[in-house]
Structures are given as structure tokens and as C-alpha cells.
Ligand binder design. Sequence first.
Ligand code: IMO
Ligand code: MG
Length: 421
Amino acid sequence: MNVDVVLGLQWGDEGKGKIVDYLAQRYPVIARFQGGPNAGHSLHFEGTSFVLHSVPAGIFRSNTMNIIGNGVVIDPVIFGEECRSLEALGIPVRDRLMISKKAHLILPTHRIIDAASEHSKGASRIGSTLKGIGPAYMDKTGRNGIRVGDIIAPDFRDRFLALKSKHIAFLRQFDYTYDADQGEENWLNAIEYMKKFSLIDAEYYLADCLKENKRVLAEGAQGTLLDIDFGSYPYVTSSSTTCAGACTGLGFPPTRVGRVYGIFKAYCTRVGSGPFPTELNDLTGEIIREKGKEFGATTGRPRRTGWLDLVALKYAVILNGVTDLIMMKADVLDAFDTIKIATSYIIEGQDIKRVPFDTHTPITPVYREFKGWGKKLSGIRKEEELPYELMAYVRFIEDSTGVPVKIISLGPDREQTIIRD
Ligand code: IMO
Ligand code: MG
């Protein structure tokens, strides 16, 4: 058996929560492989909604085991709050969730460093979610981090205080006022709560699953265009969001990657700074934001909106080896007579079909126009009922990427999901 991977192909917020929850019925094991509480995976069902930050989106399915992998960074406070609200809904979280001992912890001072670093950058700030993600990964790769498995060590508190002192020393370079003790008591209490969970060597657990022919789904956070290597650096997150990150973030070999489900919205959004070639700073962009409810699930920030960028989508398909495309939120485009897709970029007078290295040179997208479908899609439940114009849009994406669109999602609910064979 292989590990199937589901990930975002744009700048995050593609609808991964809904799709993982949907696919979870076919997988007994769901495992998050990177990112941390910068993620906000929204799920809607039976009239309620829930936003997950650290917990995999299989948690609502009774026969699913959820794993937080070594590639993830965990803020114990946010994690604890999330688990308690799940428990309040009657979800037996501790029976359905296990955590890799090798996942790294986000300390309160990581969040302070994130804020101080952003503050010091002024106009060139990344637009980080300020959850301490970048500083936590810095300590991981800098070999200073504290891991989940360390919380049961007798000298855990000393290790925590030692890292905190390093952070205070590091913070001296910034002109930034802060309270180094803020949130510390809460954090240490949350560590105690975390001890009640099964802390495991997840790579062995997953290897056993594969041996026993159990299907595993690896759940990504953020999106390919925010990847630390391939995103629009430095306006990226600090982890490997691509398919390869699933292997290193969970500990299974590349030879066991099965299907790769790539999720994209029928348009684009981006939250935070950085280049966005197809961005619409006009009424069209405003309509997409309002209709698509494009406001951050983690920070509440309004998302930047724009037309679908096929240059970037094709790049994401190549990087991930996508086998199945999943298109979200076409229903948001119902209102438009004309819908556009960027097929290349004009950069310094040249027509370019690749994502450029330089993120600063101005880019003018070249668009191909499509006729709008002029009808409401959200009530459609069968593929045969999808309008011709929408299918022309879908077919163009399939022909350009060489990958079939296997799922078309037309709204947040589980029922608004059309599977194509
Ligand atoms: P999900 O999983 C959208 C963006 C931030 C910022 C940049 C770096 O819900 O799709 P960070 O806090 O990671 O240092 O911020 O990445 N970002 C996201 N944008 N969805 C997300 O997650 C994101 N996680 C981080 O806005 O531009
Ligand atoms: Mg999000």
C-alpha cells in the first residue's frame, strides 16, 4: 500500500480541510506533514463549521487515526485549545490522535521573535501569521529546538528555560519591547495536557500501516507557492509544502508515494505580502472576496484575490507530480460574464511561460477569456448538470496541465462535491 498525498497548489486556503474531511472516509490514517498553527483548515457539515490549526482534518471521522508528523511545529497552547473544543463537541480526540515525538515545539518566545522580526522589516515584512512558525523552524534547522518527545524528560523545564534565554539574547538586536514571560504559565500547563496524548515514533507506526495494507493520506498545509524552496522567496512559509515534504515530514520513502491530490481554487487568493501576478485590485476582486468569503481562517485578514494563474498552477503540478486535480469554489465565479485565466507573463517585454526567479520585476499576465456560465452552481449535485461553459474552463485546465480534474467542489458542505470518473 502507498501513501496518498493531498496538498494545496496555490498560496494556501485552497480548501484542504473540506477535501481531507471528504477523502477521510476512504483512509483509516490521516497524517499532517508540515506547517503548524499558521494553517486554518475549515470544515462544514451538518450545519456547523470548525477550523482546525494543528489537528488533521480526519478527526471528525470515527474510524480514522490522525497523526501529527515530525515535520509539523506545534504550539501547545493552540493545540490544547483546539483539542478541548473538539472534546466539547464530543470528539474523543485522545483516542483518534497521536503525535510524533520528533515534531518541534513553538515556544512563547518564538512568537515574540516572529513579531519582532516582522516589525523590523517594515514595508518589506512577509505578512506572517505571527504564530512563531519561522523562528521555530529556525531553531529546528539550527539544532536548538525542543521536540514533543522531550516534554517527558526530567530536565525539560531547564531545557525550556535555556532556549528561552537564547531567544532573549537574540531579541536584543531588535528595537522591540516585549514581555518575555507572557504566556509562559499557560504554555507550561498546555505541556502537561499534551502529556496525556500518545507520543509516538510516527515513522514506525506508518511503516506498520503500509505493511498491513492500511491506506494512509498525508495532509499538507499552506500551498506550493509558499514552499520554502520553490515559493516566491522570501515571501513564503518556513516548511516544505510540496509532495517531497510529505516524505520528510512523516518518514516514509519517496518510492511509497501513491496518488497526489492537488487542490486549487478556480481563482487565486493570497494572504500576506509577496508577488501575485493576477491580483485584481478592483470591483471584480472585491466581488470574489465577498462571495468567496476570502478572509483568513487563522488571522481574519482579508485575502488578496485574482484570476486563476495557469503558469503558477503548471509549476505546482510539476513540483508535486500531481495525479488528480481538485477544483474548488467555481461557484464563486457565477456572477461574471467573462472569466479569465493567465496563460503566460510579460516580463520586460518578453512572453514567459515559467515562474521567474526574481520576485520583484513587474509581471503583466496574458489572459485567455472564457464565457461565464450565468447560473448558480451551488445546488448542482451531478456531473451531467454542470454547465457547458464551466466544463470548457475545466477542460482547458486539464489540457494545459495534462492532469484530470477528478473532483469539482461547489460549496463548503460535504454534499457539494462532484466526483468525476
Ligand atoms: P492553510 O494551511 C494561507 C502565509 C502567511 C504569510 C506567509 C508566511 O490554511 O492554507 P508564516 O506564518 O507561515 O510565517 O507566514 O505564509 N500563510 C498562509 N496563507 N494559508 C495558510 O495556511 C498559510 N500559512 C501561512 O500569510 O504570507
Ligand atoms: Mg488558511
